[in-house]
Write a protein that binds this ligand. Structure first.
Ligand SMILES: Nc1ncnc2c1ncn2[C@@H]1O[C@H](COP(=O)(O)OP(=O)(O)O)[C@@H](O)[C@H]1O
Ligand SMILES: [Mg+2]
Length: 217
């Protein structure tokens, strides 16, 4: 986090992005306050994932400005990547690695020095110690999703960007997942979560609705 602790963990203005002649993100502005769960609702193809990539500096907007955790989304994407937890829609873990190996792999990516300890703590928090050497592919959908969330939390980010984390997950697992998000928010972690499920939007104190790349409400 920058020294001048920003009021908003995400503060973007007038973001636009085209792919070819397709206007995928159309003048999107939004602010997410610290410790807030912010829902990003919209149908498939409405530009949620692209907006999230713009906000964390993975893509450069054609126009528009903003900050994420106080870092400039155009110039400081490396800092943003180091400091946010980002869960992609089709999150990646290796089905044929064990649960421990998957977490250890992520810890290596973040070049953590205390890998063993961090991974052990994460396994304990998940309640998966006894299954650490089980292949990830053998987990249920809900457990895979919890593992993916734990993986993007290993480096203790203050902001989570979750891109349709519950797509294709059964209703019980979805409910558990949302309860977990509220627990994280209670610890001061900010969460931007995109979804195309209307019912999930009800669980968000703050909400933006996007369609055809444009914020509508
Ligand atoms: N890298 C890309 N190149 C070209 N088109 C893309 C790219 N990424 C996304 N799109 C298109 O942009 C639109 C919005 O996609 P996306 O942001 O993934 O929406 P959502 O996450 O809301 O489903 C879709 O029509 C998609 O096909
Ligand atoms: Mg998507």
């Amino acid at each position: 986090m920058n020294t001048a602790a920003p009021e908003y963990v995400i503060d973007v203005h007038g973001l636009n992005k085209h792919f070819g002649d397709k206007h995928v993100v159309n003048d999107v502005s939004l602010q997410v306050a610290r410790g807030e769960i912010f829902g990003f609702l919209g149908p498939n193809g409405s530009g949620k994932a692209t907006s999230i990539r713009l906000m964390c500096g993975l893509l450069t907007p054609d126009s528009g400005t903003g900050t994420c955790l106080g870092y400039d989304i155009r110039r400081e994407s490396a800092e943003i990547k180091r400091n946010v937890g980002y869960m992609t829609q089709r999150f990646s873990y290796w089905e044929d690695l064990t649960i421990r190996e998957n977490l250890d792999f992520v810890a290596r990516i973040y070049q953590m020095r205390n890998r063993r300890e961090v991974v052990d703590k994460s396994l304990e928090a998940l309640g998966l110690q006894s299954r650490a050497s089980q292949l990830t592919g053998s987990l249920s959908g809900g457990w895979k999703q919890r593992l993916a969330l734990a993986a993007c939390m290993l480096h203790e980010p203050k902001l989570l960007l979750l891109d349709e984390p519950t797509a294709g997950v059964d209703p019980t697992a979805r409910r558990d997942f949302w309860e977990e998000l509220h627990r994280l928010a209670a610890r001061g972690i900010s969460v931007l979560v995109s979804t195309h499920y209307m019912d999930e939007a009800e669980r968000c104190p703050k909400l933006a609705y996007i369609a055809y790349g444009k914020l509508l409400a």
